[in-house]
Design a protein around this ligand. Sequence first.
Ligand code: 5AD
Ligand code: SF4
Length: 446
Amino acid sequence: MNKVPTPKSFRVKSFGCQMNVYDGERMAELLATQGMEAAPEGEDADLVVLNTCHIREKAAEKVYSDIGRIVKDSDGKAPLIAVAGCVAQAEGDEIMRRARDVRMVVGPQAYHRLPDMIARASAGERVTDTDMPAEAKFGALPARRKRAPSAFLTVQEGCDKFCTYCVVPYTRGAEISRPFADLLDEAKRLVDQGAREITLLGQNVNAWDGEDGRGRAIGLDGLIRELAALPDLARIRYTTSHPNDMTDALIAAHGEVDKLMPYLHLPVQAGSDPILAAMNRSHSAESYLRVIERVRAARPDIAISGDFIVGFPGESEADFAATLALVDEVRYAAAFSFKYSPRPGTPAATMEGQVPVDVMDDRLQRLQAAITRDSHAFNAASVGRTCDVLVERTGRREGQWLGKTPWLQSAHFTASEGAADHAVGDIVRVELVEAGPNSLAARALT
Ligand code: 5AD
Ligand code: SF4
């Protein structure tokens, strides 16, 4: 390919999960240390990194249409295009074949090597790096620079659970836990730069384990307790958890650590035991419900969220009815639901009994109606509560502030006449006064 000048500006576009958002931020920080600048919104960049998601079909197709759009909009001055993330890992060679404009393919475990790849790509090479080195990429990355009231911190990556529908064990590799000392350092840095809330991330975040400063074995609950000791950190969250790794100690932490927010994202995927078995989930509907019961006993006001897949191969109407029954029982504050998407190379993709798409559409609609009903009920029940809101940004209206309640609801309020004004990063005491479809109206009490 042609040689091109070394890029001066870049844009990182992240799709998919929060771990990808975190990776995108770290790639941007890495590129900034190389003397490149983030291109302002709406302006062309010399380098575009598409940080992709492979979890469902549409996500992968989107990458190809995005590449096409970038080339079409570039008036002949096409930027260097790098495809990163999980599609890069799973389909790197195919991307290089199908999309001639792509110069770099970089997997999720290799992005610390981007600077070298960019140098080679500028010199005219097409470069692929989808190694999953044992060497930790995190150690090779520059220190965090992010300034925001709410920050992500990846503590664990990869998955050893091999649910039969899921690509993650193949794209992100085996489960690894980042060392405690590194996490404490990164958390302190984030807090020094203004983070009031940290969300600990991992594909199986509650499988995190490590050793504390004194060499004692600790789990995620121990990590949370240690981070809670940072004076300026006000809120801790974690996601995503597997039901089988909800230990007694982690559940107890929900009742004991004030800074641990009352919110738990605990995917169940389905409510029918034969389907859960075919998914290789290694929990039953009943054992999942028992976990929820224990968590609620520790923290009665906790908001529960989850993930669902409808139309897994072999799912009958009776199986689906069991999912609806489980939803009725849990009363989710929020939940995400998806149509099953066969992922190449996963066991479920070749299972018998693939469900027709119109059946999936119908089930998805019914499931989403049930979830919306419960989430509206949850929000309506919050009206009248007094709570803290972490201010994340200004609203569209003059004097309006937007933020999150402890239960991860969006809330908006306007500073009252004569009261002290607020700032991003403030934690403001409010009364929740009205529940809208997407957010709650609040009244500042301070
Ligand atoms: N098809 C549909 N949804 C999926 N998920 C994971 N793999 C698939 C698939 N093949 C969903 C699960 C998971 C969430 C991140 O994405 O619900 O929890
Ligand atoms: Fe998507 Fe999973 Fe990769 Fe996240 S880890 S980007 S959800 S495929």
